[in-house]
Design a protein around this ligand. Structure first.
Ligand SMILES: [Zn+2]
Length: 245
């Protein structure tokens, strides 16, 4: 197997902040003293990190409107006067509405908005790439490590199409999901696949590394059961099974 899964040192400017039990907020330091965050589910953990690192918050990206992803937005905005970017419409805390393929430039970082309807109709993922081509994708509740989000507002086929967009990203892109459901997702996969060396290895790594576990698009392509589905129909079947797992 040519794809390696390892903690990605080159993305060390990204800090993973576990919030609200199983959510993840991401802090991306793009300049000596400046940062943006993705999906600040609450204020305190995020603000503590900004203060500790002496960073000014300039932008907030939101993947979708669910409260556990936006809980800290209002207060952070008051605190830092930052710009809030999202795909679900102006108002509701969003200053700048982005559409599919729109690129937001922040310092040397290009952040590509990728419309990924499925979990919600207006879910967005963000692919951030620096000038050295180090990439990370913030996937909200669309793609998880070993899993994918529940399909609430769309048909499963729509979610499937959104996931197909994400797997076109470069293989070494770091995957930054909105939740840590990793263990459950790999356990679910093993009930379907029974035995799969890559999934077993992923579960083992997760159990060792916990919230430090990282993955890439390349690794997800071979270890994520929802991405291994051969078509939208098989995907929909899997999603249905996972919903009652
Ligand atoms: Zn959600």
């Amino acid at each position: 197997m040519t794809v390696e899964n390892k903690n990605i040192e080159k993305n060390k400017y990204i800090t993973v902040i576990p919030v609200l039990g199983d959510n993840y907020t991401y802090l991306y330091r793009y300049d000596e003293d400046k940062a943006f965050v993705v999906d600040p589910g609450e204020l305190d953990c995020v603000n503590d990190e900004l203060i500790e690192k002496a960073l000014e918050l300039t932008h907030i990206f939101i993947t979708h409107h669910h409260f556990d992803h936006i809980g800290g937005v209002e207060e952070l905005k008051r605190e830092y006067d930052c710009e809030v970017i999202g795909g679900y419409g102006k108002g509701a805390g969003v200053d700048r509405l982005v559409k599919d393929k729109e690129v937001v430039e922040i310092g040397d970082i290009k952040v590509h908005a990728i419309a990924t309807p499925g979990h919600t109709k207006t879910s967005m993922c963000y692919y951030a790439v620096d000038k050295d081509k180090n990439g990370a994708v913030f996937t909200g509740d669309t793609l998880f490590h070993g899993g994918c989000g529940k399909v609430f507002e769309c048909y499963p086929e729509t979610m499937w199409e959104s996931l197909q967009k994400l797997i076109l990203l470069p293989e070494d892109t770091m995957v930054c999901p909105g939740h840590d459901y990793t263990e459950e997702d790999y356990e679910f996969a093993l009930t379907i696949l029974e035995s799969d060396r890559i999934v077993e290895e992923s579960l083992e790594m997760y159990r060792t590394q916990g919230k430090l576990y990282r993955s890439t698009i390349g690794w997800e392509k071979i270890s994520n059961i929802f991405l291994k589905a051969k078509d939208a129909e098989e995907f929909a079947e899997l999603r249905k099974k996972k919903d009652v797992f």
